[in-house]
Design a protein around this ligand. Structure first.
Ligand code: F0G
Length: 463
């Protein structure tokens, strides 16, 4: 057996630990008080009150020694920083997009792109909504319409590519509104709100053919593109022997531009960008970026941040890296499945999503079951998770009613290169413990509701 094959027997991390950050332990009484003070919203906890933080995989990755070394090479010139040109070259090399504009994070890029491409009254079809993406589409006067396949809304469906687009739904929209009202289709790789579910290259190719015919752009939310590429390699016919790097490039080549939150896949604590192939869109976006983010060669970032991002992008498409990353998530998911905890299937790329409807069948959706479950998990063990259900879905901008999403989930999001297998064991033990006493969990009432992206700051109290 070759040594490489030996290594391949486990998902074990392809790195070792050089520096550690101490975490905080708390008592059950302290946690009970902390969640009360936080209005039963895990976003309002202080990080010192948290033991294992699975709130998000966003900006929470551990950077490598190379990335930290890159930080020392920060060229903090206002204009034309060397680090920008390194970042631009890296994006062209790995993703293939022509024009690059940095942004402070994903939503900064979404704001600019939405303002450039959307006119009031436009329709933006997409493979499931994402909170900030949809809000920027709406603020620009557009309306998001979900065209993901039905299986994506069913936590029990084991469809291997639940991120796929239902082309019939798109065709119906084009018939109803005409392609002039549809500036672009918004395609996320590793669909976050569906449970980190991938789109297949076959589906993306069919979408490319359809949109080409109707002169509609595809804009790629590439926040977790490497994880999607890994699933294509594992599950899609014909890709077993392709590298993640090659698959990432192929995905991007089927789209016209992208917004990126580099805080996820690209292994940095802050940063993002907008990338497009068409010069006119680039020129308009590079004009707008100076209004909202900063000059087009830094977009709200320090030179050192762009350097860390360039190096992070290179590390993110490494086969061994991505296999261990997804492997750790699968390890946690399998531990929960063994104990019959209801989670979204198949296991996704960036976290485990507990199905709160099946976990807490005694609660109605308007009693915020996922919010209540996230709070209960925190009280049990100090593990912090996030609601991805009715609170995150918000209200219909036209009618003012709650959206009632099919998926009422608690997301256990695994930061990249941060926690160990033993931490995953502790998380699983806590979820199983809470599952045993699930009947004692009561619903919540919302007592404070912000206008935008309410899940971040809303407050609740037990019913
Ligand atoms: N698109 C997707 C698919 C995301 O998951 C996020 C952020 C964004 C865009 C916005 O990027 O945060 O850099 O402004 N998701 C985080 C999460 C917040 O926890 O899932 P951002």
């Amino acid at each position: 057996m070759k040594s490489k094959e030996l290594v391949q027997r486990s998902w074990a991390e392809p790195y070792k630990i050089k520096m550690v950050e101490l975490v905080h332990m708390t008592t059950a009484a302290e946690r009970k008080k902390a969640i009360e003070d936080a209005g039963y919203n895990t976003f309002l906890l202080r990080s010192k009150q948290v033991y294992i933080d699975l709130l998000t995989d966003s900006g929470t990755s551990a950077m490598s020694d190379r990335q930290w070394a890159g930080m020392m090479l920060g060229d903090e010139s206002y204009a034309g920083s060397e680090n920008f040109y390194h970042l631009e070259a890296t994006i062209r090399k790995y993703y293939g997009y022509k024009y690059v504009i940095p942004a402070h994070q994903g939503r900064g890029a979404e704001n600019i792109l939405s303002k450039v491409l959307i006119k009031p009254g436009d329709i933006i079809p997409g493979n499931m909504y994402f909170t900030t993406t949809r809000l920027h589409q709406e603020l620009a006067g557009g309306r998001f319409v979900d065209i993901i396949i039905d299986e994506a809304h069913d936590p029990l469906s084991e469809h291997p590519f639940k991120g796929n687009v239902d082309l019939k739904k798109l065709e119906a929209l084009v018939k109803e509104y005409g392609s002039k009202k549809i500036p672009y289709v918004c395609i996320a790789t590793s669909v976050n709100m569906a449970g980190g579910q991938p789109i297949s290259l076959q589906n993306l190719r069919a979408l490319r053919d359809f949109t080409k015919k109707h002169k509609i752009k595809i804009i790629h939310d590439m926040t977790r593109v490497a994880e999607n590429a890994y699933f294509i390699r594992m599950k899609e016919k014909g890709y077993k022997n392709k590298s993640v790097r090659e698959i990432v490039h192929e995905i991007c080549s089927l789209t016209d531009g992208a917004t990126m939150s580099a805080k996820k896949d690209a292994l940095v604590n802050i940063g993002g960008f907008l990338a497009v192939n068409d010069k006119k869109t680039y020129e308009e976006a590079s004009n707008l970026v100076v209004v909202y983010e900063g000059l087009h060669t830094y977009g709200g970032l320090a030179g050192r941040d762009m350097e860390a991002m360039a190096i992070g992008i290179t590390e993110s498409v490494d086969d061994d890296h991505i296999r261990a990353r997804v492997g750790q998530v699968e390890y946690l998911g399998n531990k929960l499945l063994e104990k019959k905890v209801p989670i979204v299937l198949p296991i996704g790329g960036h976290g485990i999503f507990i199905d709160a409807k099946r976990f807490l069948p005694h609660l109605k959706q308007k009693q915020f079951p996922a919010q209540a479950l996230a709070a209960a998990l925190y009280v049990d063990s100090g593990v912090r998770t996030m609601e991805r259900g009715i609170v995150s879905a918000g209200r219909n901008a036209d009618t003012g009613d709650h959206y009632y999403p099919e998926l009422e989930l608690v997301r256990l999001t695994v930061p990249r290169r941060v926690y160990t297998q033993a931490h995953m064991d502790v998380v699983a033990e806590s979820v199983v413990e809470v599952f045993k006493k699930r009947k004692s969990i009561s619903g919540l009432k919302m007592i404070f509701e912000p206008k935008y992206l309410r899940f971040f700051q809303a407050r609740f109290k037990p019913l």
